[in-house]
Write a protein that binds this ligand. Structure first.
Ligand SMILES: C[S@@+](CC[C@H](N)C(=O)[O-])C[C@H]1O[C@@H](n2cnc3c(N)ncnc32)[C@H](O)[C@@H]1O
Length: 270
């Protein structure tokens, strides 16, 4: 199986996305979505941004490489009575089933950044967006001191080095790289703007319980623990991550969790 697909089908990302709903909705409310707009949510997971976009009246297609998340998204859309929101499996590096210029807006929030071959991803996002349309990406920022960049950084200390030629997803959080990728897809730099924004992970449980969900259900963290267990370092990884989750928690109560994380918002006007 495609290792990218295996990674995201491995756990159950719906356990993590349950903590992301408020920020997903807030983000979508800022995108100027209008009734009837054709929206592609790429790397959509179970619809944290797709469902709010459909609630605003857009005609939304969610595409994700993980079949379990596509199924979960379709279930959520059905439960919400959103006939204008559907999900299908697909790979951001090759969207051949989608015609050229077919969307007004392509959104990818912490989604397409995780696909291999970033150059192909940029090309495909540009191809399926209509002239005058927009691409909006949310990308975690390498080296940032907040939650997700730190989870990935800490985890990398416990996992074997990636294979040669591997391009880190975090490179999508570097403006220069983003400009280069879109330039190679025919988009000049003046069409691209950047802003640093915040996405908050909220849970009624403790930071430790949220970490448990990452350990048991989030593919990249599951892999880090598997690697750490092999050389007897799982307890050390658990401790580093516990310290991280606890110290980043901004909730007034220690029994609930609210952890803000910085990301790079990329807007491309075609
Ligand atoms: C961190 S999750 C974010 C999901 C969703 N956008 C959200 O905000 O909840 C990353 C998502 O990207 C998807 N993904 C990873 N590689 C992909 C690829 N090559 N093509 C499409 N989706 C991909 C994963 O399956 C997963 O659902």
């Amino acid at each position: 199986m495609n290792p990218n697909q295996a990674l995201w089908e491995k756990g159950d990302f719906t356990r993590i996305s349950a903590t992301m709903r408020e920020s997903g909705e807030a983000l979508v409310s800022q995108l100027g979505i209008e009734k009837g707009m054709k929206v592609l949510d790429l790397g959509c997971g179970d619809g944290t941004t797709a469902l709010p976009a459909a609630k605003l009246g857009a005609d939304v297609l969610g595409v994700d490489i993980a079949q379990n998340l596509v199924d979960a998204g379709n279930r959520r859309a059905q439960q919400a009575g959103l006939a204008n929101c559907r999900f299908q499996q697909g790979d951001a590096t090759d969207l051949h089933h989608l015609p050229d210029h077919s969307f007004d807006l392509v959104v990818s929030i912490f989604g397409a950044m995780f696909a291999p071959k970033p150059q192909e991803v940029a090309k495909e996002m540009v191809r399926v967006t209509r002239p005058g349309g927009r691409i909006v990406m949310g990308n975690w920022i390498p080296g940032d001191p907040t939650l997700v960049a730190q989870i990935l950084k800490i985890s990398s200390g416990y996992t074997p080095p990636p294979p040669e030629g591997f391009v880190s997803p975090m490179t999508w959080g570097v403006e220069k790289q983003v400009i280069e990728r879109f330039a190679a897809a025919g988009v000049p730099p003046e069409k691209i703007s950047f802003s640093k924004e915040t996405f908050t992970f909220n849970s009624p449980g403790t930071p430790s319980a949220v970490l448990d969900d990452f350990r048991n259900y989030y593919g990249p963290t599951m892999n880090a623990f598997e690697a750490a267990e092999k050389n007897g370092r799982a307890a050390a990884l658990q401790k580093e991550l516990e310290d991280l989750f606890t110290s980043q928690n901004k909730s007034p109560s220690k029994d609930t969790t609210s952890i803000p994380a910085a990301y790079l918002r990329v807007v491309v006007h075609l």
